[in-house]
Design a protein around this ligand. Structure first.
Ligand code: UD1
Ligand code: CA
Length: 459
């Protein structure tokens, strides 16, 4: 059930000049998910009645990219500041609720931290999320009186030399009863260094109205780091990856080096799975028991069975790999590849939209595309399924126990019968009968008493 007393407003209208990018800031990604989508996903865990996203700069691109999100888009025509942005949401909100304001460029804030802010918001008081930063440059500072009571937030560009030394910063996240928030937002001025309507002036207005302002202290400052430039984007990617790696280690995954592992999606894994360095897992990856993944391998949307060994430098995508298979090194499995149990794919082998049967081997320098290969088949080095005639794709079918000699081209559509042997160097254009030797090869010619040409004398 939705929490009828909560609205969330996410500010995402700014250009993000400091990113130096043609891509709108909130569409940059951390682990393949955009900054804004991450904030929305976290907001959804709070089960609010409504999520409003304020957009402006490049709003069409943002809205079409994130059209699947269950949010209401509200436009801020001119970007006059964070306070002005939040104000745009107010006519769309229910008055008897609380409103939580989040920034679209702060993607890693946790649901727990937001819950703490919401719970500290009273009937007519505001809660703000603050944190201690060793390097507070660029951020709004929290100013307190001699007794440590909250007074106001000052933006860096408006701060005195003394205030610049304060390490307590405002994360940008605040929550207040909606009616009061709307009134305070209307009363904001823009008489400051940047000529903008600052959201950060709201707490001082609340205090002046006799409302309490509760400061909630964030325990993990890195969660609150906003992303304004590419350096911060890279830092937050690393932070996110290190949090994920730590959680996976604690769940039992063996990562040879958690600093050289990236997960851009989700992974399920069995017992004693070993992941060597520089492995990237993307999308939805499922790994069985005792799987070993060699260095520099990318696995995207795959199901991998028990006891599979994936050697170094492989790329596996949208494939299903049965128990006890071996893949690589330097193998590429493209979408819709199915390896049945004990199949072996060796070096410099590309497989696309094909099924390789039980215990069949494709060990060297081979292309298998649009093929169905039975069990116990041996495909020699340098075999090519010629699946494409320049217009259409055609199927190659190879029966159980067939043996394909090295350097064979199978011009599809073509079928090789069970137990057939195809001699090396053949170009097969017609179906091959079962249990026979078939080959197609020019005869070997020997020219006797032939002599190599001699180098001509220079004169
Ligand atoms: C802001 C805060 C600062 C805080 C910091 C935390 C203000 C004035 N300053 O600074 O106190 O410490 O975040 O990261 O709020 N936006 C709009 N419309 C606008 C302007 C901005 O929607 O007119 C959006 C941006 O797209 C962005 C968010 O608001 O997602 C924050 O704006 P940004 O310019 O990044 O603020 P900071 O300078 O980081
Ligand atoms: Ca920011």
């Amino acid at each position: 059930m939705a929490n009828a007393h909560l609205n969330v407003v996410i500010l995402a209208a700014g250009q993000g000049k400091r990113m130096n990018s043609a891509i709108p800031k909130v569409l940059h990604t951390i682990a393949n998910v955009s900054l804004l989508e991450r904030v929305v996903n976290t907001a959804l865990t709070l089960n609010p009645q409504k999520i409003i996203v304020i957009c402006g700069h490049e709003r069409n691109t943002i809205q079409s990219t994130l059209a699947h999100l269950p949010v209401q888009w509200v436009v801020q025509e001119a970007q006059l500041g964070t306070g002005h942005a939040a104000l745009q949401a107010m006519p769309h909100l229910h008055n008897d609720s609380k409103t939580l304001v989040l920034f679209g460029d702060g993607p890693l804030i946790s649901s727990d931290s937001l819950q703490a802010v919401i719970h500290s918001t009273t009937k007519n008081g505001m809660a703000i999320l603050v944190s201690e930063f060793t390097d507070p440059r660029g951020l709004g500072r929290v100013v307190r009186d001699n007794n440590g009571l909250f007074l106001r937030i000052v933006e860096e560009k408006d701060a005195s030399a003394e205030e610049l030394h304060l390490n307590e910063i405002f994360t940008g996240i605040l929550c207040a009863p909606t009616t009061q928030m709307a009134q305070w937002l209307q009363r904001l001025g823009n008489n400051n260094a940047q000529g903008e309507y600052y959201l950060t002036e709201l707490p001082a207005l609340a205090l002046a109205d006799g409302c309490a302002v509760t400061t909630v202290r964030l325990q993990h400052p890195q969660q609150a780091q906003g992303i304004n430039d590419k350096k911060q984007l890279a830092q937050q990617e690393r932070y996110f990856q290190s949090c994920q790696a730590e959680a996976l280690l604690l769940r039992g995954l063996i990562l040879r080096d958690p600093n050289r592992f990236d997960l851009r999606g989700t992974v399920q894994f069995g017992i004693d799975v070993v992941v060597d360095i520089n492995v990237i897992l993307e999308g939805k990856v499922q790994l069985g028991d005792r799987v070993q993944i060699g260095a520099n391998t990318v696995i995207r949307n795959c199901i991998v069975g028990d006891d599979v060994i994936i050697k170094e430098n492989c790329i596996l995508e949208d494939s299903i790999i049965g128990n006890d298979c071996t893949v690589g090194p330097f193998a590429r499995l493209r979408p819709e590849t199915v390896l049945k149990e004990k199949a072996g794919i060796g070096n410099f082998v590309e497989v696309k939209k094909s099924t390789i049967g039980i215990a069949s081997k494709v060990n060297h320098l081979t292309y298998i595309g649009d093929a169905t290969i039975g069990k116990d088949v041996n495909i020699g080095a340098g075999t090519i399924t010629c699946n494409y005639d320049g217009v259409n794709k055609h199927q190659t079918i190879i029966g159980d126990r067939a043996f394909i000699g090295s350097d064979t081209q199978l011009v599809a559509p073509v079928t090789v019968g069970e137990g057939a042997t195809v001699g090396a160097g053949s170009t097969i254009t017609k179906d091959v009968p079962a249990n026979q030797l078939t080959f197609c090869r020019k005869q070997q010619i020997v020219v006797e008493n032939w002599e190599r040409p001699q180098r001509e004398e220079e004169n």
